[in-house]
Design a protein around this ligand. Structure first.
Ligand SMILES: CC(C)(COP(=O)(O)OP(=O)(O)OC[C@H]1O[C@@H](n2cnc3c(N)ncnc32)[C@H](O)[C@@H]1OP(=O)(O)O)[C@@H](O)C(=O)NCCC(=O)NCCS
Length: 153
């Protein structure tokens, strides 16, 4: 089940995001402590609650057996900002459903172009969802991110 996130989700949602980064995105951070700590630094329950209050951002969670297994987010301007899965829930279609739900929200708001910066880990996933590369990698410290976009209708 995918639903709008609320402030009571903050602790659990942040745990999902942090585990997803730490355990699944190893090819991105390569277990480099400085990269990892920079990446994780804003992934706090306090920030999650702040993001929830922002009129610019919509946050969703996917639940399985009453527990959050995925967290997604998109901005009003059409950028997917969060798409993280609990490692135990990987490759069961959850992120596909999450991205489709975010695309639907953006479509309903009148966006026709979805943009995101992919991890290396998720590049193949986004390509299979119809996203195309949109320029050279952008660097966040030493870590590359891959701009991608997709026209939705
Ligand atoms: C890659 C990832 C996003 C896929 O999400 P998921 O919920 O596990 O995947 P789904 O079951 O919805 O989709 C499966 C698709 O993932 C891709 N995939 C399958 N195996 C993969 C692998 N070993 N590595 C990367 N992608 C793979 C394929 O495109 C597959 O589609 P297919 O079965 O049609 O070929 C997720 O597993 C992951 O690693 N997330 C880490 C966090 C992250 O990088 N998020 C993106 C931030 S921009």
């Amino acid at each position: 089940m995918i639903r709008a996130a609320n402030s009571e989700d903050a602790e659990q949602a942040v745990r999902v995001i942090r585990r997803s980064i730490e355990e699944l995105c190893v090819s991105d951070h390569q277990r480099d402590e400085s990269v990892l700590s920079m990446w994780l630094s804003n992934k706090t329950a306090e920030n999650f609650r702040r993001w929830l209050k922002s009129p610019d951002q919509r946050l969703l969670v996917a639940e399985h057996d009453g527990a959050i297994c995925s967290v997604g987010g998109a901005t009003r301007s059409g950028e997917i900002t969060l798409n993280y899965i609990l490692p135990d829930a990987r490759f069961r279609g959850v992120s596909t459903a999450m991205v489709m739900a975010l695309e639907q929200i953006l479509l309903n708001r009148g966006n026709s172009l979805v943009r995101l910066t992919s991890t290396q880990t998720a590049q193949r996933f986004y390509h299979s969802m119809g996203y195309q590369d949109a320029g050279p990698p952008v660097f966040w410290g030493r870590m590359p991110g891959y701009p991608m976009e997709k026209i939705i209708e």
